[in-house]
Design a binder for this molecule. Structure first.
Ligand code: P1T
Length: 381
């Protein structure tokens, strides 16, 4: 089946009990066993039918074999990191979500698992930065918040030919599987903050891992149950419901963001715009090859610095000043002070004059009007 059909149906046949068309919310912690140990489901941390539906659905959308759902994107990321041992090395994109940087540096470093950061758009750089003990190559593309692009197929080839044979992990949160399917390009593991585009309505926190390898899946499934950062059935239901419209939403997010990026690029108060759909973006050609469209995230730098950026984000009326992204409603934020506060004073520190937009599915002319009035106070030189 094709993507748009999978988004509506994958993992969700009518419920076997009563034929419910929408997957029921199995709000139960435990399941009756016919005889000792004889039951399809036994305990809801281990498995729950609503969660199974979500896991199968996202796996199908990513063109992968196995899906595992978690209580948040960070819980999904944490579970992948638990595959590592003291002494292992992570090579990560030099622009990542602040929480990803924080879990590397402030949670796993204590256990002797160290991360270094590299420009993933430059393959020679990546090759030179790989170490004999590199277990994970951790890639965001597009990255959060600078929308840098990495060539997934080229990175997959690189890790496969390297003696250490690290796993290539792609955080596909910004693209969503509608725009980009990293496993089909050779990645080993995909992670998502399903809080974002998969859920799509800013009403749930959730995370997903997708992969093909059976043995690795068994390890991650063991960790999912052993550690227990699982999502509740209602949260899984909300993500499933959101996913049904993922293709429609991503088309609109992308079209709106393209218009806004072009408008910002011509605005006299804006010094730089980061959007892979702009022809002068350094990753534009790669993005065009590996993505169906360029997504709903746009970042830009205002002339006048941090104080002006803060004023602008507090002046919008339609764009809500908030962290997170990927919902139907437009959001605006200053990463340096908000989502990326944890990279302050590090080599990954973000320009305090950078503003990040999560462009929603509203009428784009209303969004542009709102940005225009907010930017009216910004200096043009
Ligand atoms: O928030 P959570 O569902 O735990 O997901 C963490 C996460 C993982 N990966 C990426 C690329 C992310 O952007 C996030 C969360 N990001 C935000 C909350 C944000 O506003 O950028």
């Amino acid at each position: 089946m094709r993507f748009d059909t999978l988004a509506v149906h994958a993992g969700q046949p009518p419920d076997p009990a009563y034929g419910a068309v929408m997957t029921p919310i199995y709000q139960t912690s435990t399941f009756a066993q016919k005889r000792v140990g004889e039951a399809e489901y036994d305990y809801a941390r281990t498995a729950n039918p609503t969660r199974t539906a979500l896991q199968q659905c996202v796996a199908a959308l990513e063109g992968g074999k196995h899906g595992l759902a978690f209580a948040s994107g960070m819980a999904a990321i944490d579970t992948v990191l638990r595959l590592l041992r003291p002494g292992d090395h992570i090579l990560a994109s030099n622009d990542v979500y602040g929480g990803t940087y924080r879990i590397f540096k402030r949670v796993y470093a204590i256990y002797g698992i160290h991360a270094s950061f590299v420009e993933m758009g430059d393959l020679d750089n990546v090759r030179a930065a790989l170490q004999p003990n590199t277990r994970l190559v951790w890639v965001e593309t597009p990255t959060n918040p600078l929308l840098k692009i990495a060539d997934i197929a080229a990175l997959a080839e690189l890790v496969r030919s390297h003696a250490a044979r690290p796993w290539l992990v792609v955080d596909n949160t910004f693209a969503s599987p509608y725009l980009q399917q990293p496993l089909l390009l050779g990645a080993d593991i995909v992670v998502h903050s399903a809080t974002k585009y998969l859920g799509g309505h800013s009403d749930v926190v959730n995370g997903v891992i997708v992969l093909n390898d059976d043995a690795l899946h068994a390890q991650l499934k063991f960790l999912q149950n052993a550690v227990g950062a699982v999502p509740g059935p209602f949260d899984c239901f909300l993500v499933l419901r959101g996913i049904k419209t993922l293709p429609l939403r991503m088309e609109r997010h992308s079209a709106n963001a393209q218009r806004i990026a072009e408008w910002l690029a011509a605005h006299p108060a804006v010094s730089r715009v980061f959007y892979p759909g702009l022809p002068d973006h350094p990753g534009h050609a790669t993005a065009r090859r590996q993505m169906r469209a360029f997504g709903g995230m746009v970042s830009f730098v205002v002339k006048g610095g941090a104080a002006v950026a803060r004023q602008v984000v507090e002046r919008t009326r339609l764009f809500t000043l908030a962290e997170s992204l990927g919902g139907v409603e437009s959001l605006i934020e200053v990463p340096a002070a908000m989502t990326h506060a944890s990279v302050a004073d590090s080599p990954l520190a973000v320009d305090p004059a950078l503003i990040r937009l999560s462009v929603g599915i509203e009428d784009v002319d209303d969004l542009i009007d709102d940005l225009a009035q907010a930017l009216a106070i910004a200096p043009t030189a």
